[in-house]
Design a binder for this molecule. Structure first.
Ligand code: IPE
Ligand code: IPE
Ligand code: MG
Length: 258
């Protein structure tokens, strides 16, 4: 949409830029960072930031669904986050249980389909069961996919994919000469997302400007938007602002656009 309106007499009047609904990113991925600093700034324990962060997952999920985003991937726990103190890890592992307990009726009403990707076998049983139940209970929903990355790491994902491909080759089910990008993609944890596997837009909150082992393959041509807001402070308006920034980018994919 035009950022400016030409009024009668030729005066250019600045208009609040609005999102172009025809050019929404289909898949938005978010590195939800800054919960600890959000809490610290309020003299609260880090876990208070995680609790507030979980509340914001509900807010942003609803906002993304209402905007018409097709897939929202949220980085909730990385394969490196086990390095944190046991008490914090324990709290983070309990959050999905609470989240799905409280939020499942709203997710179902909103027609959201939950996906969870990561090394789920290494999660505490209650966490894994909550994730599996959420996927099963929303499997028939046809609206936005809410894809959580939980105990997810991009390198770990590529190692697993490599193992699977090598095993298929060793078993004679796959000719190594036929391995191409689609073979690799089909063994990644985003394979269930089909055409939506690669994020169009990656947002990272909290001012850090790095990938932190997220979606290493899938981010090849994603547009990256960084915001200084801590995750609990990231609002639906901030999401719209990030999408607006995305819409002002020229995605060339290595080619030339006029
Ligand atoms: C993001 O917030 C949540 C997780 C990584 C689980 P952090 O806990 O990393 O917050 P900061 O970066 O320490 O502020
Ligand atoms: C990335 O944040 C992981 C998640 C948001 C789940 P981190 O806080 O773990 O990343 P680093 O340590 O700052 O790179
Ligand atoms: Mg962090």
């Amino acid at each position: 949409m035009n950022q400016y309106d030409l009024t009668q007499g030729g005066t250019i009047v600045a208009k609040q830029p609005t999102l172009d609904p025809a050019r929404l990113p289909a898949h938005v991925a978010i590195i939800m960072d800054g919960n600890g600093r959000w809490a610290k700034r309020r003299f609260l324990p880090r876990v208070a930031g995680h609790k507030q962060g979980m509340e914001n997952v509900k807010t942003i999920t609803m906002a993304a669904s209402h905007l018409g985003i097709k897939c929202l991937t949220l980085y909730a726990f990385s394969t490196e986050n086990w390095k944190r103190p046991d008490s914090e890890v324990g709290y983070l592992m309990k959050l999905p249980v609470d989240f799905f307990n409280v939020f499942m009726p709203d997710l179902i009403k909103e027609n959201v389909r939950v996906q969870v990707m990561g090394e789920l076998d290494a999660l505490p049983a209650a966490t894994r069961q909550a994730a599996e139940a959420a996927m099963a209970d929303t499997a028939k929903n046809t609206g936005m996919i809410l894809n959580f990355a939980l105990n997810y790491g991009g390198r770990d994902e590529l190692v697993l994919a490599t193992q699977q491909i090598a095993q298929a080759a060793a078993a004679g089910q796959l000719d190594p000469a036929t391995i191409d990008a689609s073979t690799v993609a089909s063994h990644l944890m985003t394979a269930p997302l089909g055409k939506l596997a690669d994020p169009d837009l990656l947002i990272r909150t909290s001012g850090e400007e790095r990938i932190s082992n997220f979606l290493l393959w899938q981010l090849a041509y994603s547009e990256l938007v960084f915001t200084d807001l801590y995750w609990p402070d990231f609002t639906p308006a901030a999401l719209e602002a990030a999408i607006l920034e995305y819409q002002q980018r020229d995605r060339r994919f290595g080619g030339l656009n006029s």
